[in-house]
Design a protein. Sequence first.
Length: 176
Amino acid sequence: MLVLSTTLALAAATGTYALLQDDEPSVAPGVELTPSGDLAGPDEVTFTTYDGDEVALTTLRGAPTVVNFFASTCAPCVKEMPAIEEVHQTLGDQVTFLGLAVQDRPEAAQDLVDQTGVTYRTALDKDGAVLNALEGILLPTTVLLAADGEVVARHTGELTADELRALVVESFDLAP
């Protein structure tokens, strides 16, 4: 009986997979395909301020930047935000910090920012397009961008202040 149940479940899964397949490449919502069929890069994506203004990711160019993706429902995100703030306080004059709430309610994201006391710039990645463009998958994810916009480091998972500081100093060749 167990073999029959397993066989039926496998057949159903295979059938469902076959039905859902199509010849079009799958693309994250909000990320457009370029003519070559590749995902559009960070140049084409925007994040949203709490006031509803769309801001191009390219506006971050000109200074090394730490982009941290978080959500109010992500416990490790909440835990690491004070650590990011600590590093921002010590390196914020050399590096730009941006926190992006991914697919979060604006009110919940702003409440979290207020509760954690972070002072670095935060905004919304309403549909996850920025996270996808920077090849993030899970939360929290922290991406370091060189002044020219190139991704120089990516970390998935919670970071302590010491871990983040070391990553920033090494990636941007800063004095500790």
